[in-house]
Ligand binder design. Structure first.
Ligand SMILES: Nc1nc2c(ncn2[C@@H]2O[C@H](COP(=O)(O)OP(=O)(O)O)[C@@H](O)[C@H]2O)c(=O)[nH]1
Ligand SMILES: [Mg+2]
Length: 217
């Protein structure tokens, strides 16, 4: 099926915050309570219709590599339009780890990606961190990132999150490096197949995957 905009979106954040669960909820509308940690990197796509345009969201899942002090290879970030930075609303450490991801993004991403913050597990009402908005604001150097409180378990705000992303890109695609498809010629490197190649055929990334495997499983 054809689409008007191709939008590369990456989920980053500490291990266990619910990145894989959010993607599974959004793409397949399922929630699997117990599962193995993500190994390596993978992506799924979903098309979102906004007014007269089709957005193909290419959504990349990553592992919580900060625990192992392994940076995501810079090629993973190549051509990224949107970063969803996820933390766990019940786990302070994961809020503190946001700083690590902001630095990663600053060092590796194109100049102006759309950054959206997600505090996941809002269904765990009793264990929520207090004043989380303020803490997040401090860590993000007072930058005003949009914050969604989600639950992959109960579906809360999951569709809203991705719809917000598509809508924000639609308002100003150029700002986030998203080019309308009919403006691309066949050799443009924003074609979906080429985005895929960035990841899977790159030695750096294979290194990342191997390191992760050795350390975690
Ligand atoms: N209660 C609750 N648990 C969640 C939610 N999202 C993920 N989890 C659980 O948190 C754990 C880690 O989730 P996972 O998606 O693997 O995290 P990832 O390492 O960031 O990909 C799993 O046991 C999930 O079932 C949520 O919204 N609510
Ligand atoms: Mg995962």
């Amino acid at each position: 099926m054809s689409f008007d905009f191709l939008c590369k979106t990456i989920l980053v954040g500490a291990s266990g915050v619910g990145k894989t669960s959010l993607i599974q909820r959004y793409i397949d509308d399922i929630f699997i309570p117990e599962k193995d940690s993500t190994i390596g990197i993978d992506y799924k796509t979903k098309d979102v219709e906004i007014e007269d345009s089709t957005f193909r969201l290419q959504i990349w899942d990553t592992a919580g590599q900060e625990k192992f002090h392994i940076s995501l290879s810079s090629s993973i970030y190549k051509n990224t339009n949107v970063l969803i930075v996820v933390f766990d609303l019940t786990n302070k450490e994961t809020v503190n780890s946001l700083e690590y991801y902001f630095t990663e993004i600053e060092n590796n991403c194109r100049k102006n990606p759309l950054i959206v913050l997600v505090g996941n597990k809002c269904d765990l009402i009793e264990n929520q961190i207090e004043n989380v908005e303020e803490k997040v604001k401090q860590i993000s150097n007072e930058k005003e990132f949009k914050l969604f409180k989600t639950s992959a378990k109960e579906r809360t705000n999951v569709n809203e999150l991705f719809y917000y992303i598509a809508k924000t890109i639609k308002e100003n695609p150029k700002k986030y490096g998203v080019i309308k498809q009919n403006k691309l010629n066949k050799n443009e490197n924003l074609k979906e197949e080429n985005l895929k190649e960035v990841d899977l055929n790159n030695d750096d990334n294979n290194n990342f995957n191997n390191k992760k495997r050795n350390k975690c499983c």
